[in-house]
Ligand binder design. Structure first.
Ligand SMILES: Cc1cc2nc3c(=O)[nH]c(=O)nc-3n(C[C@H](O)[C@H](O)[C@H](O)COP(=O)(O)O)c2cc1C
Length: 175
């Protein structure tokens, strides 16, 4: 039987990769698989999962991480109408305040157009930044997904991830 949760990520220096692996560890091998999108030729593998966690870092002033940028072109080809996706994004809110987790924002706006059902919105409280691309449409008090900052708030990551996973499982109706 297909597993329930597919974690797909793009990462340059390993931060997003570590978070994706932590998520798989917390969810357990029976429930979750993890994929580095640089190795995913056929993006339709994503359709095997009830819930997709899609994670990216941001590079070069608001750009998607390189592998995720290529993967998003493959996502464009898929019918994702009604699919449940939770986003997570890594960035640096101090050095890149004007572009903080914009990569997650690019994925959000692309997938909004494709009729995806988003879960896992996350409060902006506890962050200090000036960007708005990754904020939820209609509710700017929340990011569209989980925002993390390994450069400035690494100690907060494990707890944020643990709370968020419980939230997305509840929202997706996964025990
Ligand atoms: C040259 C450079 C550009 C960056 N640009 C951004 C940016 O525009 N927005 C942001 O939030 N973070 C930016 N970052 C921070 C990274 O997204 C952050 O370090 C992240 O944890 C890297 O994750 P990865 O190792 O999975 O790629 C940048 C970092 C570097 C070194």
């Amino acid at each position: 039987m297909a597993k329930k949760i597919g974690i797909f990520y793009g990462s340059d220096t390993g931060h997003t990769e570590e978070v994706a692996n932590l998520m798989k560890e917390l969810l357990g091998d029976d429930l979750a698989d993890v994929f580095d999108v640089r190795n995913v030729e056929d993006a339709s593998v994503l359709l095997n999962y009830d819930l997709v966690l899609l994670g990216t870092s941001t590079w070069y002033l608001g750009e998607l991480q390189g592998d995720m940028d290529a993967f998003k072109d493959k996502l464009e080809e898929l019918d994702l109408t009604g699919r449940t996706i939770a986003l997570f994004g890594l960035g640096d809110q101090v050095e890149y305040s004007d572009y903080y987790v914009d990569g997650m924002g690019h994925l959000y706006h692309l997938l909004l157009k494709k009729g995806v059902k988003f879960i896992g919105a996350w409060p902006t409280e506890g962050y200090d930044f000036n960007s708005n691309l990754a904020l939820m449409e209609g509710d700017s008090s929340k990011f569209a997904g989980l925002a993390l900052d390994e450069d400035n708030q690494p100690d907060m990551t494990p707890e944020r991830v643990a709370i968020w996973l419980e939230q997305v499982k509840a929202e997706a109706g996964i025990a």
